[in-house]
Ligand binder design. Structure first.
Ligand SMILES: Cc1cc2nc3c(=O)[nH]c(=O)nc-3n(C[C@H](O)[C@H](O)[C@H](O)COP(=O)(O)O)c2cc1C
Length: 192
């Protein structure tokens, strides 16, 4: 094991009764147990970004809103990201899109993966997220977790992740392996 990787777990729903907390409570310990990983939860509720209002795109000039400056600094400290993503009307949440729009350097050339949840495991939101991520030169990884269908229904109905069997953990392992591989490869390339 070489260098420690800093991986940001982004919580992308901010509503009061969010299901995201249940997903975070399940996934964060799995990610934190990965050797060589240091996890930081980046909760968009805490980031409290205003609705985008900058004179020029953050790709062209540093942002002026203090909350966005703090957000950008957090992103820049990370080697990769895993987004816990709901699906709102077949896409990502508006607050997550706003959080993408409000930064540039912090996203650039880093791997990104997803733990999606919803009727179809947030599959449509995940595809949108991948397209957005490409604009930042990010690497959307192939592995991912989709908590959908009967699993999502069972969890909504009060079941726990432990009741569902090991298949979601298997998906989580694949996601973590992909993020780990790309984060190390990109870090080495940047250092060279
Ligand atoms: C505005 C809105 C739009 C939604 N659209 C979808 C959708 O397109 N597909 C889906 O599977 N679920 C959809 N849902 C249901 C969500 O999957 C469910 O509410 C989930 O708990 C949202 O995640 P959160 O509780 O962490 O915010 C939607 C929910 C909201 C609030």
């Amino acid at each position: 094991m070489s260098e420690t990787l800093k991986i940001g777990l982004i919580v992308s729903s901010t509503r009061q009764e969010r299901f995201a907390d249940k997903v975070l409570a399940w996934f964060a310990p799995i990610a934190a147990a990965q050797p060589g990983w240091e996890i930081e939860v980046l909760d968009l509720r805490e980031a409290a970004l205003p609705f985008f209002d900058e004179p020029v795109p953050p790709a062209a000039k540093p942002v002026t809103a203090p909350a966005a400056q703090a957000w950008g600094e957090k992103l820049e400290a990370m080697d990769g990201f895993i987004v816990l993503t709901a699906e709102y009307n077949h896409s990502i949440t508006a607050v997550l899109k706003n959080a993408f729009d409000y930064a540039f350097e912090g996203w650039k050339r880093k791997p990104i993966g997803t733990v999606g949840y919803g009727g179809v495991g947030a599959a449509r939101a995940v595809e949108h997220l991948r397209m957005i991520a490409i604009n930042f030169g990010m690497v959307p990884v192939a592995g991912g977790v989709n908590i959908g269908g009967g699993d999502f229904g069972a969890l909504m109905g009060g079941k726990s992740f432990a009741d569902l069997g090991p298949h979601l953990e298997k998906s989580a392992e694949g996601l973590i392996a992909d993020i780990d591989w790309w984060a190390r490869a990109i870090k080495a390339a940047k250092a060279a």
